[in-house]
Design a protein around this ligand. Structure first.
Ligand code: NIG
Length: 386
């Protein structure tokens, strides 16, 4: 098999503390050799391989791991966003607008739309992506959305418990039963994870617990939308159920932070959502200082966060959530990998997948220092220059 060296890297972020300096495992004047889709070695500049790519002194980071997206949908909610900027509050009810558009699209159309968004995300440096369903909300359409998602990632998440669809209005418990039985059976062939939106206006603690328990009994891993729009039981439930991640964590009590810190549940922050819905930002500083593992993700979706820009999320996390540039970059790479329970991505180390992003910058600090500027020069995903 052909070997390739990415050579003359000015500053390499490995996220491997054994390989370099500080928590990011920084190596200066480095090169990385990969073969097929795997990294073979990390060393000083000048390693020899069959093929050579010149990084020309740039900073190279692991590909971003985006552990929370809803990439499969049809339709546009730009008007809802504009109304929000004019003062209207974010309401999860807008999800039903996307459900109608998604049900009305063909599978080929959904595939093409998701493919465009996945390509956009890749250009933004995202090499691993999780994708949720949640705009089908019946057995047929949820399975269809997950089948589409499966063509982009193994990290697919069944989110039948996103909101109650119109045909179940006023019958939330009946809908939860449907989610836990027929919909779950239809989703199972295409899903690795199960999720629920635990929030006032969506599903309460009892209903969310029932969904997670049914998913676990069926062999799925657990994740939870928790504490997005207000304080509530979501984070504690996520910890109690052993969820891989509690996502949003915008409103956290002291007890929530202590629970996260004492658990394996990753606190996944989605600051582009708080930006787009005019919510406060999560208190990441306190969560990190308490000792919890954190991740950053885009939450790309048509309602609350229509962006594939992890660079933007990093800038918000540093500027408005008091994370350091190092913490933010770590959360967007190896933190996302933890949230997906993946050891093969998010780091640049022998044996890991060859996901490398060459920046148009000498340092990752430029994500914050130069906000809004396209800083991704090239992306190598699973050993292929994309
Ligand atoms: O994570 N909170 C629930 N789901 C999405 C929003 C979906 C939408 O508004 O369409 C989120 O923010």
């Amino acid at each position: 098999m052909t070997t390739t060296v990415l050579d003359r890297i000015g500053l390499l972020v490995t996220n491997d503390i054994a390989a370099g300096a500080g928590p990011l495992g920084l190596v200066r004047n480095a090169s990385v050799v990969f073969e097929g889709d795997r990294i073979v070695s990390v060393a000083g500049a000048g390693q020899i391989a069959d093929r050579r790519i010149d990084a020309d002194g740039a900073c190279v980071i692991p590909g971003f791991v985006d552990s929370h997206t809803h990439l499969v949908f049809a339709g546009d909610r730009g008007d809802e966003f504009a109304a929000r900027m004019a003062g209207r509050p974010y309401e999860a009810g807008g999800i039903r607008v996307s459900v109608a558009a998604t049900r009305g699209a063909t599978e080929a159309e959904l595939l093409s739309l998701a493919d465009g968004r996945r390509a956009e995300a890749r250009r933004a440096g995202i090499t691993t992506v999780e994708i949720k369903s949640g705009y089908g909300l019946d057995a047929h359409h949820e399975a269809r959305c997950l089948r589409v998602a499966r063509s982009f990632t193994g990290d697919t998440t069944f989110l039948g418990a996103h909101v109650v669809p119109a045909e179940f209005e006023g019958r939330t418990d009946d809908y939860v039963h449907h989610v836990c039985t027929d919909m779950l059976s239809a989703a199972l062939p295409y899903a690795r994870w199960i999720d629920a939106f635990c929030e006032v206006g969506a599903f309460d603690e009892h209903q969310s617990r029932a969904v997670l328990a049914a998913g676990r009994a069926a062999g799925l891993g657990l994740r939870l939308h928790a504490n997005q729009l207000g304080h509530g039981p979501g984070v504690q439930l996520a910890v109690e159920m052993g969820c891989a991640s509690a996502d949003h964590c915008t409103y956290l009590s002291d007890d929530d932070i202590a629970a996260l810190a004492g658990s394996d549940t990753v606190a996944t922050f989605l600051p582009a959502t708080d930006f787009s819905t005019r919510q406060p930002y999560p208190d990441a500083r306190r969560v990190i200082d308490a000792g919890a593992t954190v991740a950053l993700a885009t939450n790309c979706n048509p309602g609350s966060s229509y962006t594939t820009s992890m660079s933007f999320c990093i800038a918000l996390a540093v500027r408005d959530m008091r994370m350091t540039p190092e913490e933010a970059l770590s959360a967007a790479t190896v933190g996302g990998a933890s949230a997906l329970r993946r050891g093969d991505v998010g780091r640049i180390a022998p044996g890991c997948r060859a996901d490398l992003v060459v920046l148009e910058a000498p340092s990752y600090t430029h994500f914050v220092y130069r906000p809004g500027v396209p800083l991704i020069r090239s992306v190598i995903e699973a050993g292929s220059l994309t």
